[in-house]
Design a protein around this ligand. Sequence first.
Ligand code: ASN
Length: 330
Amino acid sequence: MLDTIKKTLKSQQSLSNKKEKKLLKYLNSQDIDIEKRTALLRIQTEVLKALHDSLYSRGFIQLMPVILSPITDPLNHSVYDASIHYSKQQLQLTKSMILHKQLALSMSRAEGIYIVSPNVRLETEEKEQSLRHLLEFSQVDIELRHASQNDFMTLMENVIVEVLKHVKSQCQAELAVFESNLIIPSRPFPRYSSESAFNRYGRDFEQILSDTEKSLFWITDYKREFYDKEDPNRPGHYINYDLFYPEGFNEALSGGEREYEYEVILRKLKERNQDPSAFSSYLKFAKKGKLFPSAGGGLGVERLLRFITKQANIADVCLFPKVPGEKIIF
Ligand code: ASN
């Protein structure tokens, strides 16, 4: 009996020694990167300040993020389920605040809103290879009442140029740590439709364009979630957009004009085989005619930092990275 207890204790100790060693190795590697990490955090602070100032100066209202709700963005993550059961309710961890952005515009008179919003997306393990996906990340999520696609794209071109100019002037020493020569893009950014880009470059059109374009650019008209507006004059086409970085850094922002009419939302949910009961509170709201036309999008904070600091791996711009398939340490 005593022997078994001793054996168990010993094996537990060796297990905890192994864990300790792994942790020590990790912490030591953090020491080596401390200069870079500090520079990165300084740049991140200036990026967030500039985004805030840019939106604040245009009268936008900042909202607090939502972490738990019975409804969230229905992005298709079929393998891992980011929901929890609490007191007879099934709650989702926020994948994006798109539905809450629409609700918030309806619940107030704010013309424009934004949130620095943490998102959880339990991507499958193979996304580790992309070097730009995270299970947990933040986006600055923005929505503008009664706006068109063009209004929002112009707004974001101005906001991004302001942010990059601010970082370039305030973070010279920090950018030098990363040997980053930040080029301020000229406006308007080029626009391509997904159809024309696909016809020209094939399935990999986003990466090919990101590798070859000299500056930031837009791709419009993607078939995706129910909330992005389908063009009533061209069914099967969508009034939405993604913004891309050059130098191969790929996607920066994703957004669109929004559906707000109950019947249209219901039809599109059904077309996508999505269960309307998963959105019942949102649908009740829409049925009362309380949703309004708007346009918006979400700008990924870590992806912006990755572009600014020219890091290949998104994990290198995070203090506590959550990379698909990798062990989470902190
Ligand atoms: N935030 C995006 C939007 O506003 C949605 C997303 O991140 N899936 O369209």
